[in-house]
Write a protein that binds this ligand. Structure first.
Ligand code: ZN
Length: 366
């Protein structure tokens, strides 16, 4: 799912995830039709949620940049955000500081709001909530009746949820991993943190389904998959440590010219009995497979060329490490990556052969 890029700050692209846009849209339509009285307060609340998630993510990014990372993009989701960081600092201290910064900003907003409303009693704020333990209904009413309280509530929930649930890939999980990593090393810490995360995720799904809380169940699935992926990346790094890629290079890949039309491409496919090609473009390379051919109707094959439908792929120098290549395969669904030496193509690495290589190395290390 793609989102909507709405701005850029400190060189970081800001993107609103489509689930957030969907939430805004569906809520707006639903409320306008069925509960017009709640329309404005709910929209204000969603706007506060958006603003708070944005500030939370920016805080992570600012700290990350100060510690030497490059942040390319922030994606905002209703339950938090994702910072797309290049070269994440590996020290436990850096991860701890970056992870804790986001939730701490939410708590700082809560704290400032509390100071503001006690300094200015004329501000509209449900002070009666603090006189005795409020009921759930009282809090819910106050959230939509008092925008300042809504802002406080959103930040309190974001801060607590992100920091106090020790599950990867959430902030709390990263804090836990960084503390474990200080004593056990990064790989072992990740394995333990991922196990804990999966237990929490299963608990979320069960609680969500039993309690009829669909959002909690979805978060559980998201945590489960995210934790699995973190663990996978670390395991691969561990197995491929300092391993060069030369053993997995296929020196005779099938390369076709980008100027060939799809009939010519299909002929080559038949002759060679292969469905996965590297496409030579004017600048760089692309990948083309059988699936891409299915996307174009046969009547149009004469006028569509390999260069029009292939997916661009960046080449990698021969000296690269296997762990970096694996990370590239994991990040994007490539079927192969071209390998160069002195900017000349010398072969490709196919996802499948890297997978085989990984399994062989796993057996070796067992
Ligand atoms: Zn965060």
């Amino acid at each position: 799912m793609n989102g909507f890029v709405f701005g850029k700050i400190f060189g970081i692209k800001l993107e609103l995830h489509s689930s957030f846009i969907l939430l805004f849209g569906l809520m707006a339509v639903f409320l306008a039709i069925f509960q017009p009285d709640d329309f404005i307060p709910t929209m204000i609340l969603l706007f506060f949620l958006f603003l708070s998630v944005l500030l939370h993510e920016l805080m992570h990014s600012v700290v990350a940049i100060r510690l030497g990372a490059k942040v390319k993009k922030i994606i905002l989701l209703p339950i938090g955000g994702l910072s797309m960081t290049e070269e994440i600092p590996k020290s436990p201290r850096a991860e701890f500081l970056i992870s804790i910064a986001g939730p701490l900003l939410n708590f700082a907003i809560v704290f400032l709001l509390l100071i503001a409303v006690s300094a200015f009693p004329q501000l509209p704020f449900p002070n009666y909530l603090f006189e005795k333990t409020p009921t759930v209904e009282e809090v819910e009413t106050a959230v939509s009746a008092f925008p300042l309280f809504g802002l406080l509530w959103v930040n309190l929930l974001l801060g607590m949820f992100n920091l106090f649930v020790p599950a990867l890939p959430m902030d709390g999980g990263r804090v836990l991993r960084s503390i474990l990593a200080k004593f056990l090393g990064f790989a072992k810490a990740t394995h333990i943190a991922a196990k804990i995360s999966k237990i929490i995720a299963i608990f979320f799904v069960i609680m969500g389904l039993l309690g009829g809380n669909l959002i909690l169940a979805i978060i559980g699935i998201f945590v489960f998959m995210g934790a699995g992926q973190e663990n996978e990346i670390v395991s691969i790094k561990e197995i491929f440590e300092n391993q060069n890629i030369e053993p997995v290079i296929n020196p005779k890949p099938l390369v076709i010219d980008g100027e060939k039309n799809l009939f010519e491409v299909f002929d080559i496919m038949k002759q060679q009995n292969k469905t996965n090609f590297l496409v030579k473009l004017e600048h760089g390379f692309g990948i083309l497979n059988a699936q891409d051919l299915f996307q174009v109707k046969k009547i149009d094959w004469m006028n569509v060329f390999a260069k029009n439908i292939c997916r661009k792929v960046h080449s990698i120098p021969k000296e690269s490490l296997a762990s970096d290549v694996a990370a590239k395969f994991l990040a994007k669904e490539y079927s192969m990556i071209p390998i160069t030496e002195n900017h000349q193509l010398i072969g490709v690495i196919e996802a499948e052969s890297l997978q085989n290589f990984l399994e062989i190395k796993k057996i070796e290390k067992q």
